[in-house]
Design a protein around this ligand. Structure first.
Ligand SMILES: NC(=O)c1ccc[n+]([C@@H]2O[C@H](COP(=O)([O-])OP(=O)(O)OC[C@H]3O[C@@H](n4cnc5c(N)ncnc54)[C@H](OP(=O)(O)O)[C@@H]3O)[C@@H](O)[C@H]2O)c1
Length: 317
């Protein structure tokens, strides 16, 4: 008999990878308020009664609470909904998991730190700057203080989901290139560690199966900056001769990206290393695989002309 996992908020970047990695070996039920796949059913986890009856009906062995409001600007503008979604709903998940006596998974973020240090290990003290970060940290604390059995994994800059679901940096850069942009303005004051969703899901699976409960930083190996990541995307696409980078400070984007962000949100997977459980790969290798696996068709349609002797770039629009 396969073990059962209930995955709440499975319609996003991370949910896509969890579905891929867990679907064969486990019986899974995936829900979200955005029903964007045939394997997803509707559930808004802010509604405790509905969340409770849906989870109880499924009788899972694990509860994975993945979903959140992840747009930092939206969180600054809709503060009550941010805490209802990212904090109170996590309390719902803890109560459900405890009632059923099952372990739960919660996804926290590197963004809970204030960026005064260059990098953070699992035991550094968070000091969230904006409402997204604070709501996520309050969710993390509730799980730590109340869940009977839990795994909390802190992700960094998420890479995953492909052109349909990726709302973050990789997709934003690729979509600018696809639209014909060849002058890229990239901030030079933000450091972090990318997290490939597929590797993340595999590492979570390992922790769950080993029953190594607790809190873990879970990011790719290697430290980087927005500039390095953008440069590596351009290199992977073979566009280095065409693209010009303009380094700017975050102030340049202050009207669009007005939510506070720490200058450094670099994590290191110290606990995973100590437990010999760190199967995360270098971010560059993961980024290459991410683009090859998720973006090949999209790039072929939008940016490349496929010729008999290989792939060449379409001219800039
Ligand atoms: N993205 C990142 O860079 C990042 C970094 C570190 C940690 N994390 C954490 O990783 C987890 C997964 O995020 P992700 O990257 O997969 O983000 P995502 O692509 O935005 O996916 C989150 C999903 O949760 C859904 N959701 C929001 N409110 C819900 C509700 N009330 N009921 C049911 N579903 C709801 C969203 O639906 P809508 O689209 O309709 O809102 C979306 O489908 C989150 O806990 C996030 O905080 C993300």
């Amino acid at each position: 008999m396969k073990k059962k996992i209930y995955i709440a908020g499975a319609g996003g970047m991370l949910g896509e990878a969890f579905y891929r990695i867990f679907k064969n070996e486990y019986e899974i039920r995936c829900t979200d308020k955005d029903v964007n796949e045939e394997w997803i059913d509707f559930l808004d986890f802010r509604d405790f009664e509905r969340y409770k009856s849906d989870v109880e009906n499924f009788k899972p062995d694990y509860l994975f609470h993945l979903g959140a409001l992840t747009d930092l600007e939206e969180c600054e503008m809709n503060v009550d909904d941010t805490y209802l979604t990212n904090t109170t709903s996590v309390e719902n998940a803890v109560l459900l998991a405890n009632n059923l006596n099952i372990p739960m998974l919660y996804i926290s973020t590197a963004g809970i730190f204030d960026g005064k240090k260059d990098y953070y290990d699992d035991w550094d003290e968070p000091n969230p700057l904006g409402h997204y970060a604070r709501s996520k940290y309050m969710g993390e604390r509730y799980v730590r203080e109340n869940a009977k059995k839990y795994i909390i994994c802190r992700a960094g800059w998420m890479m995953g989901g492909g052109p349909k679901k990726d709302k973050k940096f990789i997709s934003k850069i690729i979509k600018q290139l696809v639209s014909g942009k060849r002058d890229l303005h990239i901030v030079n004051d933000k450091d972090g560690t990318p997290t490939f969703t597929v590797d993340f899901a595999k590492n979570v699976k390992l922790l769950i199966e080993k029953e190594y409960w607790g809190l873990y930083n879970l990011v790719c190996r290697g430290e980087t900056s927005r500039r390095d990541v953008a440069e590596h995307i351009v290199n992977i696409l073979g566009m280095q001769d065409e693209v010009t980078f303009h380094e700017v400070s975050s102030d340049y984007f202050k009207d669009t990206y007005f939510a506070p962000r720490p200058p450094s949100e670099r994590l290191i997977n110290k606990k995973l290393e100590l437990r010999k459980m760190n199967i995360m790969r270098d971010w560059k290798v993961a980024l290459e695989e991410y683009i090859a696996d998720y973006y090949t068709d999209y790039l072929a349609e939008n940016i490349y002309t496929v010729k008999e002797d290989g792939i060449t770039l379409k001219p800039a629009v």
